[in-house]
Ligand binder design. Sequence first.
Ligand SMILES: [Ca+2]
Ligand SMILES: [Ca+2]
Length: 380
Amino acid sequence: MTRQLPLVLAALLLAGGTACAQDDLPFDVTPVTAFDEPWALTFLPDGRMLVTEKKGQLYIVTQDGQKSRPVRGLPNVDYGNQGGLGDVALHPDYDNNGIIYLSYVEGGIDGTRGAAVARGVLNLNSRGGTFDDVEVIWRQYPKLFGYGHYGYRLLFDDDGYLWITSGDRQKFTPSQDMQSNVGKIIRLREDGSVPGDNPFVDYRRQDPLVDRAGVYGEIWSIGHRNPLGISFDLDGQLWAIEMGPAGGDELNLIAREGNYGYPVVSNGDHYDGREIPDHDTRPEFLEPAIWWTPAISPAGLTLYTGEQFGDWHGNFLVPGLSSRGLVRIEVDGKQAREVERFAMGARIRSVEQGPDGTLWVLEDERGDSEGRLLKLTPRN
Ligand SMILES: [Ca+2]
Ligand SMILES: [Ca+2]
């Protein structure tokens, strides 16, 4: 009991001293702890969580909200605006090798920067842990000015391949440029090497001069804007969700060698009002399964496979920034539709499933205060 008392007090403080029953939600929301600009969350096999903060910290967090000291040995991150430290993922054989992957913004020369992915061994200790034997296995090319649209979500599939979303860095044209891996979805082996069966590998073999930048082989699909979520569905199909410009957020079924049209087409338009032709004007580009105007600002894509929220088994959950909530999506073959939206009262950065099927949500911010970690449990 004595160990729990501070947690109860902390929870009351985090909740602003009020009970957080939101009667219109089909779940209870329990504030667990809070972070400074949290970005990503993933579960360790022991039930604890790894949580990243954009400014460059990684914490190990228990389900009752106890935070470790920041993990030591992380790469220097170039923090600013939309970027800094991003996603965290476990190696498929983490149980045996302790390897984790971090995405982050790496500074270049003369003020340029770009997303990078490093892997290293997470050595846990009583205070937290250290990130050792670090190697950078992927970089956005080229490095560019500005602080936006890194993408850099990480996903491992059941065959052990690493998928990386690479945002367009707010530069538009690289998304269609095969001399750049910006505005693409990337598929690599766990060590960062290029799988021999990636779609564009043979183009390089035919004529090395075609691939001056040496990035063709990494690329799986092109024409993306700012994909912040990527997930397989229960049938093993790959989906990615991306922020559109003014309107036109997209959920796309990802096809090998697919071209998703940006910046040539978008169901949204430029922020300054200039039109971008809609998808239906250019049928050679793959159309989104769902698009949203007004935008929901999708920040992730999570497949729910648990039983606690039994009706949601096999659905996608989408944390939203401008939607300030969660969107639930049903997938039916190659079709998908939004079925429900939950107002959470804050920009939502991340949602992940816990080992027991509960849901864990990171707020992006809450006014001037930190972003809370929330636990969602079904209401009885
Ligand atoms: Ca598109
Ligand atoms: Ca348009």
